[in-house]
Design a protein. Structure first.
Lengths: 96, 482, 487
């Protein structure tokens, strides 16, 4: 059975402004894909360990040293909009 | 109905590492916008984080200072939400295995010790800063928000207390003590006004004796210890008033407005946020070995509570110990050196918390630049004790030393403040005064003690106030009794 | 072609029989002849490449030899950041984006004197198995221009097959190097996770992505790997220990090795020609002295399901940064929230949107444990399955892909059908193990079939040892007849 999802809620969480038609279409596709994905629940024997990096990496640190920062012009050159060395967005920054 | 306030405090501490949490950009205050950014802290495609070891050692130090358990194994999580000042639209933070957990902080409130539980201390990265166009005298007519990512990626330690605080003043003490510990550890500037330490409070009320918690309200934007106390006090009253007039406290975030002295509701969120936490796949798990933890513990400096206990053991009164402990490190070092040089602890503490502090503040001089050292203070105290100078003259001597005129004895000589203690000179003066005041002598021999004071005063007058009053007193008594 | 392998080109360069510039001209000429039909490239940087080629020739003349890639024309999948050169991840949301830094592998190629011909086409953000999800048009299969080259690294695979580069880098998250290698008749491998730096690779699924080489021979592959792998302090998942020597046993033969044929990777969905080619190669290896065992890894049956929860989840988070604020496409909005949502809806293609929605869902409150959480448990079980298999055998083998190249458009309306292209490849990604595809033959329609060899972590030496033998036994010729390729 394809799985029913609250597609509008998921789209909002993901900040995707989709049309109603698109939402319906994705909802149907996701329902089928999730049905297949839900087969992970058929795992019979629980593993003894957590999934980990194959080479068991831990404690990958760096020293507290400075590295050169980017040149601001190069950075702001890619910005869709910039003023006085700042990036710019509309006044309301958005809710969480 | 008697209400009990229940308060928890969340502290964000910006660490004073040289470089950011996950990249090599500099950690600094101010400067031109977007000049301390790189692919990692700007969230460019393809960038990756690498953890700053010193930041981890700093959070371990904070946790140990707060008597926390350091987790043997800790991982980072992604906290996913969209916000313009969050370049990756997720924050690398910690979820269920923070670096430190389950500690406490003991605070002194009204002579009582209160133990405030610490739930956790976890590591995360700071966000960028936004300013609104139109603010700060900008010319642009257009509306908008400006973004500066210099602060993005600065290491942030979040310390969360248990809801064990019960009053606004307690909360202030807790916040101040936490701040002073962090500053003492040297891991952060911890300046409230600069934002390198930030406090949020969770405030709720419940009927006295009730065990379950009421609905809590988060209070933000408290930019000084005073406003923290005022804000919490206001919120407690607001909630009590609200409930007593039949209303209900709603879970929300409120903004403290220092000018108007009230908390304002921020927009109520539709449903709570779903951060979709999952283990950060770009970072390796951290293993805090017992050896590593022990090494950090060994290098911890003396913490405020231990220091106050040491002062008490040295004989200082609790209040003096508290005042001294809260002073600048330079002044506290002065105290320790003075005591090491032989000064009685109480005298040293009194001089420092009194005359020395007053002089420095008036002159606008930083303690570190004070021209008085430990042996010098000890010398001055000894000069008062042995009568070389009167206690009032000593204040002048101190002023002279702090102004750079030299060591105490030099200053006293040069300023002609040394008391006369020459037995021969004083004996003559005493004899003269006694000869001139036979009635007083009669009175003393008849049992009137207070004439001694009058006679001492006469000798002081005759010697221009330079005689050592104690010696004079002694000589007078000897002569009159003998 | 002046040289039909990287190693041959290197010999000719050092003997003076050819030059880096000549090799580049050869590659560019092939490109100009084939690109109209193939569309393997998104960007060709002829001027930049020529400058580097001339410098490479000058260096060699001065006695400066930068190693096996010196003067070799290479291509890079367009999800690797190249400073000063447009990098789009085949998405509209990065149209015109020029990175201010090089990926670590790019820096290594530059330092090695490689001549970067250009950036190759891919499925948008590396999500797909046919390169049809590119926002800039699809790439076609050099062996049959009505078919797909596979994906997501279709452009890199097609370029090497056609001869417009002697080495192309791709990325493999769920088979995206091996599957197109199989469909295009070239060698493609995915290294042990953590051995090739991901710094500068536009992330799809962080715990699965690995960069790897497409080459025309197994020897080339081993050589190329050594130039790009190694510890990188800029990548926290980068391996710091000792690295093997991949080419150490290429001429050793396979006598005495134990090979496991994976039971689950056969049967329904597998084309007869593909199964026959696999069985045939196994039989030939057996004659060369290997011990063959049938090995069952039951968790492989739910590997695809686990992958389609883990990869989209990580992707949904990795792609959150594309919001129209700091770089790339911006669609205006009255609020920032609107700006972000409109930018993303317009800038992302349907497959990307599908996976972002899928990933967001599987991480969301109430669903995390049953979906993402459970998928990670399956992943651990797969790692355990592999571990016990490798107690019995040295390498595991299977077809690289259940089918040969399919028609363009054949699977685009059925996402699940497209996802099934990768069932043979995904387990190695989930476990972080190395795996390689070697072309072993053609089906009746003349379409290439690939043979996959999988090995334990850091087992590249053994993997290449077997792959070299497979290559010798197959005697496969890279001659994509759909293109008029002069060899």
């Amino acid at each position: 059975m394809p799985i029913e999802i609250d597609i509008a809620h998921v789209a909002r969480l993901a900040r995707l402004d989709l049309t109603d038609t698109e939402l319906e279409s994705y909802k149907a596709q996701l329902g089928v894909i999730l049905e297949h994905a839900a087969r992970v629940q058929s795992l019979e024997v629980q593993p003894n360990v957590e999934a980990a990096h194959p080479l068991g990496l831990t404690n990958a640190f760096r020293d507290d040293e400075l590295r050169p920062s980017l040149d601001r012009d190069e950075v702001l050159g890619q910005a869709p909009e910039a003023i006085d060395g700042h990036f710019v967005v509309p006044p309301a920054m958005g809710a969480e | 109905m008697s209400w009990e306030p229940v308060i928890g405090i969340e502290v964000h501490v910006e660490l004073m590492t040289a470089s950011k949490m996950f990249c090599g950009c500099a950690v600094a205050f101010g400067g031109e916008p977007n000049t301390r950014v790189c692919p990692t802290c700007l969230g460019l495609p393809g960038a990756l984080p690498v953890t700053n070891r010193v930041a981890i050692e700093s959070i371990m130090a904070i946790g140990l200072a707060l008597e926390c358990q350091v987790s043997e194994r800790s991982v980072f999580h992604r906290k996913n939400y969209f916000y313009a000042d969050l370049p990756k639209n997720y924050q690398i933070s910690q979820f269920d295995v923070p670096v430190c957990h389950d500690g406490h902080l003991d605070i002194e409130v009204d002579g009582q010790t209160r133990r405030i539980g610490i739930e956790r201390a976890h590591m995360e990265e700071d966000t960028g800063k936004s300013t609104h166009l139109g603010a700060g005298g900008r010319i642009h007519a257009a509306e908008g928000t400006l973004l500066d990512f210099n602060r993005s990626g600065v290491p942030l330690v979040e310390v969360v207390s248990r809801p064990d605080l019960r009053s606004a003043s307690e909360s202030r003490v807790y916040a101040q003590e936490l701040r002073s510990i962090v500053a003492e550890l040297g891991v952060s500037d911890a300046r409230l006004e600069e934002g390198s330490i930030r406090f949020d409070a969770n405030v709720s009320i419940r009927p006295q004796g009730e065990e379950t918690f009421g609905t809590k309200v988060e209070i933000k934007n408290m930019n000084s210890f005073r406003s923290l106390e005022r804000a919490i006090a206001f919120e407690i009253d607001r909630q009590i008033e609200l409930v007593e007039s039949g209303g209900e406290v709603i879970q929300e975030t409120r903004h403290w407005d220092e000018e108007s002295g009230v908390t304002h509701s921020m927009r109520v969120k539709e449903g709570s946020s779903d951060y979709r936490y999952f283990t950060e796949p770009d970072l390796a798990p951290m293993v805090m070995t017992p050896e590593w933890v022990a090494g950090i513990r060994e290098r911890l400096p003396e913490l405020p509570a231990d220091r106050r206990a040491r002062y008490a053991a040295q004989g200082l009164a609790a209040e003096t110990a508290g005042v001294l402990s809260a002073l600048d490190a330079g002044l506290r070092r002065l105290y320790d050196h003075a005591v090491l040089s032989g000064a009685p602890p109480r005298s040293a503490a009194n001089w420092i918390t009194g005359e020395v502090l007053a002089w420095l503040r008036k002159a606008g001089v930083d303690a570190r630049e004070a021209r008085l050292d430990g042996p010098g203070l000890a010398e001055l105290i000894e000069m008062v004790d042995d009568g070389s100078v009167s206690s009032s003259a000593a204040k002048d001597v101190l002023a002279g030393v702090l102004s750079g005129e030299g060591r105490p004895r030099e200053v006293a000589e040069r300023r002609d403040l040394l008391q006369v203690r020459d037995a021969g000179v004083l004996d003559t003066a005493v004899a003269d005064v006694l000869a001139a005041n036979p009635g007083a002598v009669e009175g003393f021999r008849g049992g009137e003690e207070k004439v001694v004071g009058f006679l001492v005063g006469q000798v002081m007058k005759a010697t221009d106030g330079r005689a050592d009053p104690r010696m004079v007193n002694q000589l007078l008594r000897e002569r009159m009794s003998g | 072609m002046i040289a039909t392998s990287l190693s041959e080109a290197g010999r000719l360069l050092r003997s003076g029989a050819t030059s880096a510039e000549a090799l580049l001209d050869d590659a560019l000429e092939t490109a100009s002849r084939t690109e109209a039909q193939l569309h393997a490239f998104l960007t060709i940087d002829a001027d930049g490449a020529r400058e580097v080629a001339r410098q490479a020739d000058a260096d060699l003349a001065d006695g400066i030899d930068r190693g096996p890639l010196h003067g070799i024309p290479v291509a890079l999948k367009d999800n690797m950041c190249t400073r000063g050169v447009e990098t789009t991840a085949a998405s509209q949301i990065l149209a015109g984006y020029v990175p201010p830094y090089d990926a670590t592998v790019v820096a290594r190629l530059r330092n090695g004197g490689a001549v970067m011909v250009g950036k190759t086409n891919l499925d948008e953000f590396a999500m797909g198995s046919s390169t049809e999800n590119s926002a800039y048009g699809t790439t076609y299969n050099p062996w049959d221009l009505s078919r797909v080259p596979g994906g997501s690294s279709g452009g890199s695979a097609a370029s090497v097959a056609a001869g417009s580069s002697l080495l192309a880098l791709g990325s493999d998250t769920g088979g995206s190097i091996r599957q197109p290698a199989s469909l295009c008749g070239v060698v493609g491998m995915k290294p042990t996770y953590g051995t090739v730096s991901r710094y500068g690779l536009i992330a799809f699924a962080s715990s699965l992505d690995q960069i790897g080489p497409f080459t025309r021979t197994v020897e080339d592959s081993a050589v190329a790997l050594t130039t790009i792998w190694g510890y990188d302090p800029l990548d926290s998942t980068s391996y710091q220990g000792e690295y093997p020597n991949p080419g150490a046993r290429l001429d050793r033969g396979v006598d005495g090795l134990r090979i496991g044929v994976v039971t689950e990777l056969s049967g329904e969905g597998f084309e007869p020609a593909v199964e026959a080619a696999t069985t045939d190669m196994v039989a030939r290896l057996e004659k060369k002295g290997v011990e063959v065992l049938e090995v069952s890894l039951p968790t492989f049956d739910i590997a695809l399901s686990a992958y389609y929860l883990i990869a989209p989840a990580e992707a949904s988070s990795n792609l959150a940064r594309f919001d129209g604020i700091r770089y790339g496409l911006r669609v205006e909005g009255a609020t920032t929230e609107e700006l972000m949502a409109r930018t993303r809806a317009e800038g992302f293609g349907p497959e990307v949107i599908r996976r972002v929605l899928l990933g967001t869902y599987s991480l969301s409150a109430g669903y995390y444990d049953a979906f993402y959480g459970q998928a990670q448990r399956v992943r651990a079980a797969i790692q355990e399955d592999f571990a016990s298999a490798y107690e019995q055998v040295d390498v595991l083998v299977s077809p690289t892909s259940p089918t040969v190249a399919f028609d363009a458009g054949a699977r685009t309306s059925d996402p699940l059908a497209m996802y099934l292209s990768d069932i043979c490849n995904i387990p190695a990604n989930l476990a972080g193990h190395p795996a390689i595809s070697v072309p072993v033959g053609l089906d009746e329609a003349g379409l290439p079939i690939g043979f996959q060899v999988m090995a334990p972590p850091l087992g590249e030496e053994t993997m290449y040892q077997v792959a070299a033998e497979v290559e010798r036994l197959a005697g496969f010729e890279i001659s994509p007849r759909a293109l008029e390729v002069a060899t």
